[in-house]
Design a protein. Structure first.
Lengths: 511, 481
C-alpha cells in the first residue's frame, strides 16, 4: 500500500515528533531546528495539494480509503474539497511560523514543546481531511491534549485554570457530539441497511426532518459553537488566549477556532439541512450578538492580548453569519474570512508576543509613542491592524464584504447590524493602535526597545505577503472554494426540499 | 445408587495449572533461599501456562461436573483478561515487595489461588460453583489486602473487606437458597427456563434481588461501594490492582452470564433497576472522586464510576452490550494495571507516594514515567486513540443502539467530570514544580516489561480495536444459544 499525499501531509509531523523524541534533550537547538524542518517540509509537501487541485470540481479529491474497524464500519477515509484545502494549507503555513515564534520565547522543556506542537499539527490536519465520522472524532478529541499541554505547561500565570477550562469546555461539547454521531450511525444503518461512519455515504442519506434531526444538529452545533466560539459560549477563549504562549495563541486563533466553523460547513449543513435552515435565525442572532458584543468588549480591554482575543469573537461572528446565509457570496466570504482571521489574528498575536518579549507587559497603558522608537515594528503592526479592521486593499475587507453581501440578501437589517461590527472594529483597533504607537514616549523603558530582528521579519513577512495578496487579488483563494460552496448549497436545498423557502428567495437570487 | 459424575478435567485445565503452580510455590517457599524472586518466576510461568492453555482451548465448549463448569469461549475470553492482568501484576510485584519488605511466598501463592478462583468464576455454570469460586477468590484477597501487617490502614482494609465481603456472600448464598427453593435447581440454564415458566414468582424475584445485591458488593456498584476506597488505599498497590481488574472482571463474567441467560426472560423488569444502578454508580463514583487527595482513593472511586459505565452495557443488553462490557474490561485491565504499576514505582520520603500532591513535577524528574502515567490516565479519561476511548465508544454505542440515548448522554457527561480529576494528576506532573523529598524509582526489568506490555496494550486496543472487539463478540455467542 503506497502512502498517499494527504496521509503524508497528515502524519509527517507525527513521524517527525516520534523521531525527535529520541534525540537528547540537551540539544535544544537541534530540536528546534529539526521541528522547524519537519513543519517546513510538511508545508512544502502540502503545496502540491493546491497545485494539483481541480478547482472546477466539488468532489472530494486526493481521496484515500482503507478499512480500519470493519466490525464498526469505520474506515480510514481522507480527502479534501475546496474548503478543507484552504484550511489544510492554512494549518501547514501557520505551524512553522508559530514554532519559530517560540525560538527564544520557550527555553523550558524544548523537547516536549516541539513534540507537542508537531503532534498537534497532525491532529489539526487530520480534522480537516477526515471523511469518516469515527476518524474525525478521533482527531478532534486527540488534538485537545496537545493544546491543553501547550497552554498549561508553557503558559502564563493563570495557565492551569485556563488549560483546564479549555479542556472541560471543549469536552462537554464533543462528548455530546459523540452521542449524536452514534445516534446518526444507527439511524442511518437501520434506514439504509449498511452501518457505516463514512461521511459521504451518510451524507447521501436524507435524514427525516423532525425532533431527532434537530437534537442531533444541536449536539453537533454545540461542539462546534464552543470551538468557534459563538456567543455566549466564548468565555473559555479569553482565558486560553491570554495564558497561552504566543505560539499557542497563534495556533489557537489561526487554526483551532476554524475547526468549529469548518464543522458547521462539513457536518451540520449537509447532514441536518432541515434543522440548519430552521435554526438559522437563532444562529444569525447569536452571530450578530457576537460581532457587536465582541467588538464592544474589545474596546475596553486594557490588555493587548485580551483585546485581540475578544476581537476573535467578533470576527468569527462574521464567519458564522456568512455560513448560515447559505448563499454563494455569504459562504465564500465566510470561508475566506476563516483564512483571513487566521492570518490577521495570527499576525497580531505574533506581534503582541514580540513586544511582550521586549517589555514583559501587554498592557496598552505601558506603551505609547512606539512609532518613534521601533518604526518597522509599528509599520507592520499598522498593516496587520488595518487588515483586521477590514481596510479595502487588505485581506479582511474581502471576506467581510462578501459576508455582508450574503447577509443583505437574507435580511438587510441583519447586514446593517453586522456592519456596525466593522465600525466598532475600527474603533477598538485604531484606538488601541493610536495608544500604542502614536503620541510621545510615555515610559522610559520603551526608549531602548529594539526594532524587528531578521528572525522576526522572517516570521511576519510571509503573513504580510498573504494579507496584501488576498486583499488585492483574492481569486486564487476564493476560486477553489466556489465550486464546493455551490455544491454544498445545492445539497442543502435538495435535501431540505420545500422547507428551503424559510430562507426567503435569497438563494435564488444568489445563484 | 448415585452414579459418579463424569470427570472432565479439561474444563478445569487453566484453573488446575494455576492451582498446581500455587502448591508448587508453597513447597518451594520452604526451601531457604536469599530472595523470593524465583517464586515470582514460577508464578509467572504458571500463569503463562494457563494463558497458553486457554488459547489452545479457544473454540471448544467443554462442560464438566454436571454443568457445574462450562468452559466456552465466553469463559476463555475472561481467562485471557484475568490471566494477563495477573501476569502483569506478578511482574510488577517483584520489586515492589522487595522494597516494601513484604516479600513472602504466601503472597504469590495467594495471588495464584485468587486467580484460580477468578478463572472458575468465569466458567461457573451453576450457582454453587459461582459461590465456591467467589469464596476462593475473596478469601485469598482478604488476606492479601492485609499483607502489610504493620500498617494500620492495611488492617482496616483487610477487616473491612472481609466483613463486608462475607456480608455480601451471605446475601448471595441466601439468594441462591431462595432460587433453589423456588425452582429446585441451581444450574443457571435450568434456572432460566424455570424462571421463564413462572414469570413474576415473588420467591424467584426475591432470590434474584438478593443475588444482585451480592454481585453489587463484589463489583462495588453504588450503594454497595463503601468498602472500595478503604481497601484500595490500605491494600498493597499490586493487590489493589488485582482487586480492581481481575476480581472485577471475574465477577462481571458471572454477572453477565447470569443476566444474559437467567434474567433474559424477565429482562424488562430489570432494565429499569439496572438503569438506575448504572446512573447512580457512575455519578457517585465520579463526583466523590473529585474530592479525593489520595490517588489510590481517587482511583477507587473512579473504578466505581467505571463499573457504572459497564452497567450501561448491561442495560443495553444483547450481544453488543455484553461484548462492549467485555471489551471494556479488557481495556480497563490493561489501563488500570498500568496505572497502579506506575504508582508502585513512586516513593516519598521512603514511603509510597499516594497523595496527588506527591506527583508534582514528576515530568521534570522522570519524564518517561510521567509520560507513561499520563497515557494511562488519558486512556481512563477516554481520549482517542487509546483503549479507554474505544471501549467507551463500544459501550455507549451499544446503549444508543438499544435506544438508551439519555443514558448515553448521562454517561458521556460523567466522563467529562472524570476528565477533571484525571487531568488534575497530569496538571501536577507537568505543570507544577517538584517537591524536594519525592523520588521516583527507575523500574526494574520486570516492572518495565509489565508497563511496556500494558502501554502497548492500550495503544493497540485504541488504534486497532477491530480484532479484539470481534473476539469479544465471538465470545458472547455461546451465551445466547
Amino acid at each position: 500500500v503506497s502512502i498517499g499525499l494527504l496521509t503524508a501531509v497528515t502524519f509527517l509531523p507525527a513521524a517527525g515528533a516520534l523521531a525527535l523524541a529520541f534525540l537528547p534533550r540537551r540539544a535544544p537547538g537541534v530540536l528546534r531546528g529539526g521541528a522547524l524542518l519537519v513543519t517546513l517540509a510538511t508545508f512544502a509537501l502540502s503545496l502540491p495539494l493546491y497545485a494539483r487541485f481541480d478547482a472546477t470540481s466539488a468532489e472530494y479529491q486526493f481521496e484515500e480509503y482503507a478499512v480500519w474497524v470493519p466490525g464498526l464500519g469505520a474506515g480510514y477515509h481522507v480527502g479534501i474539497d475546496g474548503i478543507s484545502l484552504l484550511l489544510v494549507l492554512l494549518t501547514t503555513f501557520l505551524t512553522p511560523i508559530a514554532l519559530a515564534s517560540a525560538w527564544h520565547a520557550i527555553e523550558d522543556r524544548v523537547k516536549e514543546f516541539v513534540v507537542t506542537v508537531l503532534v498537534l499539527e497532525t491532529g489539526m490536519v487530520g480534522v480537516f481531511v477526515s471523511l469518516d465520522l469515527f476518524l474525525f472524532y478521533v482527531f478532534w478529541e486527540a488534538m485537545l491534549i496537545p493544546m491543553y499541554l501547550i497552554i498549561g505547561v508553557w503558559g502564563g500565570g493563570n495557565r492551569i485554570y485556563a488549560a483546564v477550562k479549555f479542556v472541560l469546555y471543549t469536552m462537554v461539547g464533543s462528548v455530546l457530539m459523540l452521542v449524536a454521531i452514534l445516534a446518526l450511525y444507527y439511524q442511518h444503518g437501520l434506514a439504509v441497511g449498511t452501518f457505516t461512519f463514512d461521511l459521504p455515504t451518510v451524507a447521501r442519506w436524507i435524514i427525516p426532518a423532525g425532533p431527532a434531526q434537530t437534537l442531533m444538529f444541536l449536539a453537533f452545533a454545540l461542539a462546534f459553537a464552543i470551538k468557534v466560539p459563538l456567543f455566549p459560549l466564548h468565555t473559555w477563549l479569553p482565558d486560553a488566549h491570554v495564558e497561552a504562549p504566543t505560539a499557542g495563541s497563534v495556533i489557537l486563533a489561526g487554526v483551532l477556532l476554524k475547526m468549529g466553523t469548518y464543522g458547521f460547513l462539513r457536518f451540520c449543513l449537509p447532514l441536518f439541512p432541515d434543522a440548519s435552515l430552521a435554526l438559522a435565525p437563532w444562529i444569525f442572532a447569536l452571530a450578530v450578538i457576537g460581532i457587536v458584543y465582541g467588538a464592544w468588549v474589545s474596546t475596553v480591554q486594557p490588555d493587548l492580548k485580551k483585546l485581540v482575543a475578544y476581537s476573535s469573537v467578533s470576527h468569527l461572528g462574521f464567519v458564522m453569519l456568512g455560513i448560515f446565509t447559505l448563499n454563494t457570496p455569504g459562504l465564500v466570504g465566510g470561508v475566506i474570512q476563516m483564512i483571513n482571521h487566521g492570518l490577521s489574528t495570527g499576525a497580531l498575536f505574533l506581534l503582541v508576543g514580540m513586544i511582550y518579549e521586549r517589555r514583559h507587559t501587554r498592557l496598552i497603558a505601558d506603551f505609547g509613542g512606539l512609532w518613534a522608537v521601533v518604526p518597522a515594528f509599528s509599520a507592520v503592526f499598522l498593516v496587520v491592524t488595518l487588515s483586521s479592521v477590514g481596510l479595502p486593499g487588505l485581506n479582511g475587507f474581502v471576506g467581510e464584504f462578501l459576508v455582508l453581501v450574503g447577509a443583505f440578501r437574507v435580511n438587510p437589517w441583519l447586514a446593517a447590524v453586522a456592519t456596525t461590527g466593522i465600525i466598532f472594529a475600527a474603533v477598538y483597533l485604531l484606538w488601541m493602535y493610536q495608544r500604542v504607537a502614536f503620541g510621545p514616549v510615555t515610559h522610559e523603558a520603551n526608549r531602548a526597545l529594539r526594532d524587528l530582528t531578521p528572525r522576526e521579519w522572517a516570521l511576519v513577512a510571509p503573513l504580510l505577503l498573504f494579507i496584501v495578496w488576498i486583499g488585492v487579488y483574492p481569486a486564487p483563494f476564493t476560486r477553489p472554494a466556489e465550486a464546493t460552496v455551490e455544491a454544498l448549497i445545492l445539497q442543502v436545498q435538495s435535501k431540505a426540499g420545500v422547507s428551503v423557502s424559510s430562507v426567503p428567495d435569497a438563494v435564488a437570487r444568489a445563484r | 445408587m448415585i452414579p459418579a459424575p463424569p470427570i472432565e478435567l479439561r474444563a478445569l485445565l487453566p484453573s488446575l495449572i494455576v492451582v498446581a503452580t500455587a502448591c508448587l510455590v508453597l513447597l518451594l517457599d520452604l526451601w531457604p533461599t536469599r530472595g523470593k524472586g524465583h517464586l515470582a518466576t514460577v508464578s509467572l510461568a504458571g500463569l503463562v501456562g494457563a494463558l497458553l492453555s486457554a488459547i489452545a482451548l479457544w473454540g471448544t465448549r467443554v462442560r464438566g461436573f454436571r454443568d457445574m463448569v462450562v468452559l466456552d469461549d465466553y469463559a476463555l475470553f475472561f481467562h485471557l483478561v484475568i490471566g494477563y492482568a495477573a501476569a502483569l501484576i506478578v511482574l510488577l510485584s517483584v520489586d515492589y515487595l522487595a522494597r516494601t519488605g513484604a516479600e513472602s511466598g504466601e503472597y504469590y501463592a495467594l495471588l495464584l489461588f485468587a486467580t484460580s478462583g477468578m478463572f472458575l468464576l468465569a466458567s461457573a455454570g451453576d450457582l454453587i460453583a459461582v459461590f465456591l469460586a467467589l469464596e476462593l477468590m475473596s478469601l485469598s484477597l482478604y488476606v492479601l489486602a492485609g499483607l502489610f501487617k504493620l500498617r494500620l490502614t492495611a488492617g482496616e482494609a483487610s477487616m473491612k473487606y472481609f466483613l463486608l465481603g462475607v456480608f455480601a456472600s451471605a446475601f448471595l448464598l441466601y439468594g441462591i437458597a431462595l432460587l433453589y427453593g423456588a425452582t429446585g435447581t441451581t444450574n443457571v440454564d435450568r434456572l432460566a427456563s424455570a424462571a421463564a415458566s413462572a414469570p413474576g414468582d415473588p420467591l424467584i424475584m426475591l432470590g434474584l434481588a438478593m443475588l444482585m445485591v451480592g454481585f453489587g458488593f463484589k463489583i462495588s456498584s453504588v450503594p454497595f461501594h463503601m468498602w472500595a476506597p478503604d481497601v484500595y488505599q490500605g491494600a498493597p498497590t499490586s493487590v489493589t490492582a488485582l482487586i480492581a481488574t481481575g476480581s472485577k472482571a471475574a465477577v462481571f463474567a458471572a454477572l453477565i452470564r447470569f443476566v444474559v441467560s437467567a434474567l433474559r426472560p424477565a429482562q424488562t423488569d430489570w432494565t429499569a433497576l439496572l438503569w438506575a444502578l448504572a446512573v447512580a454508580t457512575m455519578t457517585v463514583g465520579n463526583v466523590v472522586a473529585l474530592a479525593q487527595s489520595n490517588l489510590k482513593r481517587m482511583l477507587a472511586y473512579s473504578s466505581v464510576a467505571h463499573v457504572g459505565y459497564m452497567l450501561v452495557g448491561l442495560v443495553a443488553g444483547g450481544p453488543s452490550g455484553a461484548g462492549a462490557v467485555m471489551f471494556y474490561l479488557l481495556a480497563y485491565a490493561f489501563t488500570t494495571v498500568g496505572t497502579f504499576g506506575v504508582i508502585t514505582l513512586l516513593e516519598r520520603a521512603g514511603d509510597e507516594a499516594v497523595q496527588v500532591r506527591d506527583y508534582a513535577g514528576l515530568a521534570r524528574r522522570h519524564p518517561l514515567l510521567a509520560f507513561t502515567l499520563a497515557l494511562f490516565l488519558l486512556s481512563l479519561v477516554g481520549i482517542p486513540p487509546l483503549a479507554g476511548f474505544v471501549a467507551k465508544f463500544y459501550l455507549f454505542g451499544a446503549a444508543v443502539k438499544a435506544g438508551f440515548i439519555w443514558l448515553a448522554v448521562i454517561a458521556v457527561l460523567n466522563s467529562v467530570v472524570a476528565a477533571y480529576y484525571y487531568l488534575r494528576v497530569i496538571v501536577m506532573m507537568y505543570m507544577q514544580e517538584p517537591d524536594a523529598d519525592s523520588a521516583a524509582l527507575a523500574p526494574s526489568f520486570a516492572g518495565g516489561l509489565a508497563l511496556a506490555i500494558a502501554l502497548l496494550g492500550i495503544v493497540l486496543l485504541g488504534v486497532a480495536p477491530g480484532p479484539f472487539a470481534d473476539l469479544a463478540l465471538a465470545a458472547v455467542a455461546p451465551l445466547l444459544r
